[in-house]
Design a protein around this ligand. Sequence first.
Ligand code: FAD
Length: 465
Amino acid sequence: SPCIMWFRRDLRLADHPALRAAAEGGRPVVPVFIRDAVVDDMGAAPRWRLERGLEVFAEALETAGSRLVLRAGPALEVLRELVEETGADTIYWSRLYEPAARERDERVKAGLRDDGLEARSFPGHLLFEPWTVETGQGGYYKVFTPYWKAVKGRDLPAPCPKPDLTAPDRWPRSDRLADWSLGGAMNRGAAVVAEHVDAGEAAANRRFGQFVARRIDDYAGARDMLAEDGTSGMSQYLTLGEISPLTLWTRSLDASGEGAETFRKELAWREFSHHLVFHTPHITEENWREEWRDFPWNDDDRRKEVIAWKRGRTGEPVVDAAMRELFVTGRMHNRARMIVASYLCKHLLCHWRIGQKWFEECLVDWDPASNALGWQWVAGSGPDAAPYFRVFNPETQAERFDPDRAYRRRWLAEGEAQPTRTALSYFDAIPRSWRMDPGDPDPDRIVGLKEGRDRALAAYEEARS
Ligand code: FAD
């Protein structure tokens, strides 16, 4: 009898342990994607990006002689219907680690087993399963450096090849992707964002090939420069599983040198964030450190400072440039993420959750684990966090990492005699209700840098005493 391969954040054919196991021995495989509450709860840009990913993945499956069956509803109900319709007795999937997905998967597994079916979950989303990395005392890691020491020399299997897929005799019906309108909630020019997004497994492999050939050697230094294309750009592919971390790790071993090692260390940050989400799931919603629960952060997201931050009108050029990069491309440079996060939490004393939510709404590479850890790291409330008194000075950061202003010029139009095409494209992406125009005067700073810093440090001192 056929089996069901339930795809979620693993939209690829190569190095896919669950798919490979499903297809073993030429058994017919029914690939399915389910639009359930976990999908519907995603922010606008990640859902829009998912739609693109599904479109490309469905084509790849067709080329491989298969199909992607789309169904909507609670996952357990949908899988039961599909078992009825296809006569499948086994359901395969790749594991996920964030709380919402884990709760669902446990429920689904128990339900299917009650029905006498086999439910088999596999690794593939991570290099190291979170429960396999333990400290000497047998606990989980709370600090990155020892975590990295523990994993960096580990033996890893070779990536597994693409399996041959056998089609079932009869295909169950499928919804039409367009009818789901997953991208419908993007209240911004999706066409503008689309110019910066190339979805799917083939695109991921192409881009990574270029990175290894041309840029990985310089990665250690170039990765911090705001205007440079110095990083791999793999995050949006990793989050939807269009390429596996094991493929990236293995291929990076072809390049020797500091750049390649630094790159693997960054991949390990992604692992570390999933390790923490697995062991301390509250990290996605609450201050990881209990002593931060009473910190007087402002969590009203309708304040005018928050609106200025979201719209890139704080008057702090590097912050505004970064927020516009986010809006136009659905991504933001890692250093810029740290700068805007520090500015929001410290200079504006806003709760990190406001920033976490906005990123979730806007990022095409949104990842529940990396986003939560990133925000709590900057805010100071997370594990292995930047100490609170470390307040990024946006001006100094800009001088160091954007010395010729290329990044700021790329994204800011106001006050420029000849704005760049990218800076102007921001105004095509924003909703009309924001009433912004490239000819507007330069905004004044909503908070002085020294004033904001002093206020943050004072609030911290007070909360500590
Ligand atoms: P590269 O520099 O090429 O790194 C390779 C890979 O390593 C990345 O694709 C990513 O998977 C991983 N990686 C690199 N840096 C980090 C990091 N600091 N934490 C975790 N993994 C990392 N990353 C996301 O994928 N999704 C998010 O939602 C996200 N939100 C963030 C929010 C904040 C406030 C901060 C400070 C960081 C966030 N990051 C997030 C981490 C990081 O900024 C991005 O992974 C990185 O910018 C992606 O670009 P790249 O693929 O070119 O990275």
